[in-house]
Design a protein around this ligand. Structure first.
Ligand SMILES: [Zn+2]
Ligand SMILES: [Zn+2]
Length: 120
């Protein structure tokens, strides 16, 4: 699987808000990265709320065969190209999970609200 850069993940999490305090500064627990299973923990620097960040998207896409079809429907916010690649996802709360995607056409990266809350 593609090894994500921790600093980049922390920076991209800044595009969403903490489910508890609405702050947007997060850190990744480096111990969870070292485990190597792709299950990271993010910590809100405002209130220390912890939530999971899943980075093994290859495995996720295999177990959720509907997701690739949804990804094809997402339009890039920058160039309007349809179809994005999934980099990682963060589960901010029971009701809110966010996909962090990249447009293959212009390489714009942006967060997209998850469409399968009920599957979590
Ligand atoms: Zn918070
Ligand atoms: Zn684009």
């Amino acid at each position: 699987m593609v090894q994500l850069n921790v600093k980049e993940v922390e920076a991209r999490l800044g595009e969403v808000k903490c489910a508890i305090c609405k702050d947007n500064r997060f850190g990744i627990d480096s111990r969870t990265v070292a485990k190597g299973d792709g299950e990271w923990k993010a910590i809100c620097l405002g209130c220390f709320y912890i939530f999971p960040v899943h980075t093994d998207m290859e495995f996720y896409l295999q177990t959720q065969p509907d997701i690739p079809y949804h990804l094809k429907e997402i339009a890039c916010q920058s160039c309007r190209h349809r179809g994005v690649t999934l980099d990682f996802r963060a589960v901010l709360s029971v009701r809110e999970s966010v996909y962090f995607v990249t447009c293959p056409s212009c390489h714009h990266k942006f967060p997209e609200q998850s469409f399968l809350e009920s599957f979590e």
